[in-house]
Ligand binder design. Structure first.
Ligand SMILES: [Zn+2]
Length: 90
């Protein structure tokens, strides 16, 4: 019997992937948007493949703004891209 793996959709490329292979983008209860590489931060989450391309696609498509139903300032998006670049290549 195969164990069921929790799947989530990347908001960039829209592919379904195992949740633990994705990076969580989280909106904290205070409204701050950040990348949550451990998947444990409180707040609403959206999921992305751990690469810059999917993040950029999500930004272009305004997928994060839709997911969180909020406006996200460009400097916050830039910071997300930068964090992704620093953290994603393991
Ligand atoms: Zn993706």
């Amino acid at each position: 019997m195969q164990k069921k793996i929790p799947m989530r959709q990347c908001v960039g490329c829209r592919e379904m992937r195992p949740k633990k292979e994705l990076v969580r983008v989280v909106k904290s209860p205070e409204g701050a948007i950040s990348l949550d590489f451990r998947g444990k931060a409180p707040g609403r989450g959206a999921y992305l493949c751990p690469n810059r391309e999917c993040l950029k696609k999500a930004i272009r498509a305004k997928a994060l703004e839709r997911a969180f139903s909020t406006q996200i300032p460009p400097e916050v998006l830039d910071a997300l891209v930068q964090t992704m670049e620093e953290q994603a290549n393991e």
